[in-house]
Design a protein around this ligand. Sequence first.
Ligand SMILES: *[C@@H]1O[C@H](CO)[C@@H](O)[C@H](O)[C@H]1NC(C)=O
Ligand SMILES: *[C@@H]1O[C@H](CO)[C@@H](O)[C@H](O)[C@H]1NC(C)=O
Ligand SMILES: *[C@@H]1O[C@H](CO)[C@@H](O)[C@H](O)[C@H]1NC(C)=O
Ligand SMILES: *[C@@H]1O[C@H](CO)[C@@H](O)[C@H](O)[C@H]1NC(C)=O
Ligand SMILES: *[C@@H]1O[C@H](CO)[C@@H](O)[C@H](O)[C@H]1NC(C)=O
Length: 516
Amino acid sequence: MLARNCFVLLVVASGTVLTIVSFSLQFFSEITTTPVVEEKPLQAANGAVGVSQVKSRKRVFPVPQTQNPNPIHEAVGYCNIPNRTEQAWEGHSPADYTLLSVQIMIRHGDRYPLYSIPKTKRPAINCTLSITRNPSHPLLSAFISHMGQGGRGHWESSLASVPRLPNHSACEMGELTQTGVVQHLRNGQLLHQAYQHHRLVPSNWSPRQVWVETTGKSRTLQSALAFLYGFLPEFDWKKLTVRHQWSALFCGSACDCPARGRYLEEEQRRQYRLRVADAELDRTYADMARALGIPTRNLRAANPIDSLQCHLCHNLPFPCASMKDGSAGGCLTTAQFAVIRRQQLDDEVDRRRAGLYRKYAILAMYPYLNKTAGKMERLAKAGKQAAKARGDDVFTLSSAHDLTVAPLLSALGLEEAVFPPFAARLVFELWKSPLGTQAEKKRVLRGEKLKVRNGGYFIRLLYNGEDVTFHTAFCSSIVRSASQPLCPLKNFLSFVRKDVLVVVNATSYQEACFRH
Ligand SMILES: *[C@@H]1O[C@H](CO)[C@@H](O)[C@H](O)[C@H]1NC(C)=O
Ligand SMILES: *[C@@H]1O[C@H](CO)[C@@H](O)[C@H](O)[C@H]1NC(C)=O
Ligand SMILES: *[C@@H]1O[C@H](CO)[C@@H](O)[C@H](O)[C@H]1NC(C)=O
Ligand SMILES: *[C@@H]1O[C@H](CO)[C@@H](O)[C@H](O)[C@H]1NC(C)=O
Ligand SMILES: *[C@@H]1O[C@H](CO)[C@@H](O)[C@H](O)[C@H]1NC(C)=O
């Protein structure tokens, strides 16, 4: 009974549906999967012939587990500490393909905790930017001075008053740290290099070719600017408009969807049942609360994993109770942190098994997917008329949260992918081949009269630099080969227009959202 009341309290206290998502997802919010170990090349997993991925060493997918994953390794991976060179498979394709557009969804970079643990000192992190602090970046200094001219840009609605740089010597709750800025400068620079020879965004780009949108939080806005600066150094502010997405789901004018909330509530009940059945987790919270001298309930409500994760990412010792009389209080331990994370990993497995989250995710991300598909289709149609001309919207950057990227992965059928770490990136590339597939091209070269199928348009999807196209729900059935190296755009379009809705037993978004 007590347990049931706690759940109700949680829901009531958090208000609207969206804040329920954000509050309670916090529990699966810090999840990553699998340890950092050498991965088998992707093509071994799906039986397809490798094209460009043989050298891939990213850890986007878990390796099959022979033993339980180490929760601390997972947690370190989640930090995404920018201390090593990264491989990026963006921009790879057969030589004669043309890159038409790139749409990117990022998660903000490393941030200060959203919650503080009662009776402890908050982690001491300085959120001003300084080139002498680690980690730094060669572009950091120029980035700081460029942001000083941000007033020349066009800012939609309330974004104009959001600070363009983190600038507090004691970080505020949820503020982007220097690590977060550096993560996205690096991401932007990586993609600058990846797309340079494709001349994706011409140096004299027009305002209609670059679309930047962000939620209203300073950490997403600042992440977007750092990414954009790495991608287009010294970009012309006067050409830039930054759009505001009011919902973390990027659902624009199609956010109203009662069924989404129902799936989410069911999912939360599942999550809650799993949590209360975990005796080790219960004992751990009780131990932690005792060490700090506070009621267990207060400790749970303070969501300690969020703050502990920040300590870990910044290499700070876990906090101890600060007692009024000056005596030494108890301290929180790595072992306790590991138990909470272990339970989150169990929850991920159970979540996939139950399938409720995927239904929630499909309805949550449908409007974004539909918009993304619509842009690609428009570009493909325009490309038919003027093969050389670059269309509008060749580059789209959406700066978001784990609450956005996690359901997007799920909706795309990438449920096995690791939970989005700080500064995660998901990239949609649209490609054009001059003559349909390689196979069709060969037949044309042999002199066959042939109506080229697929319109010659293809999609690639990359998560944190790794090509995951053939792991998605819309392309996993395609056997990749030399004659079919990429996934046809039509697979993605038909997935978004119809196939994905089968999971929620509907033929339209409206029907799925409003029927009972
Ligand atoms: C980067 O940081 C992580 C976490 O502190 C550490 O495990 C790893 O060895 C570091 N890598 C390099 C190349 O320094
Ligand atoms: C940061 O804040 C300080 C004091 O408020 C101000 O003097 C400084 O110009 C700010 N720096 C940036 C880059 O905004
Ligand atoms: C934070 O960093 C800035 C820049 O390095 C420095 O001037 C300031 O004194 C630091 N503040 C604190 C509280 O350490
Ligand atoms: C999907 O996109 C089309 C335009 O491509 C638009 O007309 C339609 O309203 C969108 N549907 C939803 C549910 O967002
Ligand atoms: C799917 O929807 C149809 C029509 O709305 C309904 O008749 C059927 O019972 C539903 N199936 C399931 C499994 O809910």
